[in-house]
Ligand binder design. Structure first.
Ligand SMILES: [Fe+2]
Ligand SMILES: [Fe+2]
Length: 207
């Protein structure tokens, strides 16, 4: 799967490669920080029965970051639209010593990532590049699992469902500000007029 997706990234024409690189630049910062988020510090402070689960999520994020870097290397240089430092700062700010809040933020963030990825997986423009689309779909399915695991942990640690939605809404708003420069890229790839704010809110493009 990785090899096919990388071959697709090589043959993607410039008018698709550039917008995809812009969106992936945002995602890769999240993947890198997620790797740290599930890394040693959280595992150390967690009860033993959660360790395997957290370690598995950390491994997923490492694979995601590796795969996205492979694609980005083939798609060309980092586009000017992306302020990597701002993205990194945003993702680092999501980390907290409060484990319940931490899991709630991961659930909120990964929900947003799933929604963004769903748009790419269903993009008619990307459909001929099946290896790439299945790579994106693989990341999305891992993120779906992360959402349910993180939600379950946050609830177990005392968060209510209302708390979880409030945290998710806050993340959605911050992500929207961060990703505003990616609006034209998303429009180009999806061919729909759906704004990123509405995508993050859970609406799906109908075109
Ligand atoms: Fe991920
Ligand atoms: Fe994740």
């Amino acid at each position: 799967m990785a090899r096919e997706s990388v071959a697709d990234a090589v043959r993607l024409p410039g008018h698709l490669a550039r917008p995809l690189a812009i969106l992936l630049e945002f995602l890769v910062c999240g993947e890198e920080s997620a790797t740290h988020a599930f890394g040693d510090s959280l595992i150390r402070s967690s009860p033993e029965d959660e360790h395997a689960c957290l370690a598995a999520m950390a491994r997923d994020e490492e694979v995601h970051a590796w795969l996205i870097h492979q694609w980005l290397d083939r798609l060309g240089h980092a586009p000017a639209e992306v302020d990597r430092m701002a993205s990194r700062r945003f993702f680092m700010r999501l980390q907290t010593r409060d484990r319940a809040l931490h899991f709630a933020r991961i659930a909120g963030l990964d929900t947003s990532v799933c929604r963004l990825l769903s748009q790419l997986v269903q993009s008619a423009a990307l459909a001929p590049y099946e290896g790439l689309v299945s790579g994106l779909a693989r990341i999305r399915s891992d993120e779906v699992r992360h959402v349910s695991v993180s939600r379950a942990f946050a609830l177990r640690l005392g968060m209510s469902r209302a708390d979880l939605s409030a945290v998710a809404t806050d993340i959605e708003a911050q992500l929207l500000t961060l990703m505003r420069p990616a609006e034209p890229a998303m429009r180009l790839l999806t061919g729909s007029g759906l704004r990123i704010g509405r995508i993050l809110h859970g609406e799906m493009a109908t075109t």
